[in-house]
Design a protein around this ligand. Structure first.
Ligand code: FE2
Length: 301
């Protein structure tokens, strides 16, 4: 899959023949369920050749794999770092709320300056790719997210491969892709707290193609507040089409609720999260470790 994408340049709108070859390969035997993406591993810090190959194979096909640690060892933050390194994920993205070790602990935070960042609440989290507000030279291309403990109920994730989103949009109307590749199509206004600019406004494309690897990157949020779309007809229609796709029961949307000991590794695929409820008295409180990287998963291009 990935070598095809590099050599055929399928994301070039002028290259219809290359696109059709890539498209057929992409859709052939595309997994329909989360179970197809699940790989059991013994120790995330030291994968066997077979475990590594099984995860990589899934990431090459769908840009996403789900793993489950079945060995007895503790999967702490250094283990998550070591897990990512085995896939070439090295450079962690720094953000405002990252722990000192640059891996974020996602849990419900009752009162702090960070509470209006939805990942730290139990509310639903709408479709997005991570770091869409980052500078274009600091985009998040790879993610590892590990579930240490699950909530009492809810918290299911949904995932959609950006290459599939691209494919469905291009099949519908290539002008949609043209619109979403404009360098000023999506703008995130500056982040200002108490009169201090924490982040400047960030404009950029939804879809972009890495010059060195020919791989596709997607920058997207379904948020309607704090986001400005370019005001042209194709952009409006493309964004509407994408919203409808994400709200649909498309067979390409993978649903999975992470159990304790499970996690995902992905090339920053589209994702959303349902609301969840913790139960402190029974110890069922959701805690996830999330590592965001500037690299893509090695071997998926
Ligand atoms: Fe996210």
């Amino acid at each position: 899959m990935s070598t095809i994408s590099t050599t055929l340049q399928p994301f070039d709108l002028a290259n219809e023949a290359g696109y059709q070859i890539w498209r057929a390969a992409k859709l052939a035997n595309y997994p329909a369920a989360a179970a197809d993406l699940l790989v059991r591993i013994n120790d995330a810090a030291a994968l066997t050749e077979r475990e590594h190959a099984a995860i990589l194979e899934r990431c090459r096909k769908t840009n996403l794999a789900i793993y489950e640690v079945t060995g007895g060892g503790k999967t702490d933050k250094p283990v998550i770092r070591a897990f990512g390194r085995q896939f070439g994920l090295v450079t962690l993205d720094m953000n405002l709320r990252t722990d000192e070790d640059s891996i974020t602990s996602l849990r419900v935070v009752e009162t702090s300056a960070g509470t209006h960042y939805i990942p730290y609440t139990n509310r639903p989290l709408n479709w997005h790719t991570d770091g869409y507000y980052n500078r274009l030279d600091e985009q998040v291309r790879g993610i590892v997210m590990h579930c240490v403990s699950a909530s009492a109920s809810g918290g299911e994730n949904m995932f959609l491969d950006p290459e599939i989103a691209y494919l469905l949009l291009r099949d519908e109307n290539p002008d949609y892709i043209r619109a979403l590749m404009q360098s000023d199509v999506m703008t995130i206004p500056a982040n200002i707290e108490a009169g201090v600019e924490l982040r400047s406004a960030q404009s950029g494309p939804v879809f972009s193609v890495a010059q060195d690897t020919g791989t596709l990157h997607m920058r997207y949020t379904a948020r309607t507040r704090s986001i400005e779309w370019k005001d042209d007809r194709n952009t409006r229609e493309a964004v509407g089409f994408l919203l409808e796709l994400l709200a649909s029961d498309s067979i390409y949307i993978i649903r999975h609720r992470l159990c304790a000991g499970q996690g995902i590794i992905c090339n920053n695929v589209l994702h959303k999260r349902e609301a969840f409820a913790d139960d402190a008295s029974s110890g069922q409180e959701r805690l996830l470790y999330r590592a965001r990287y500037h690299e893509r998963i090695q071997g998926t291009y």
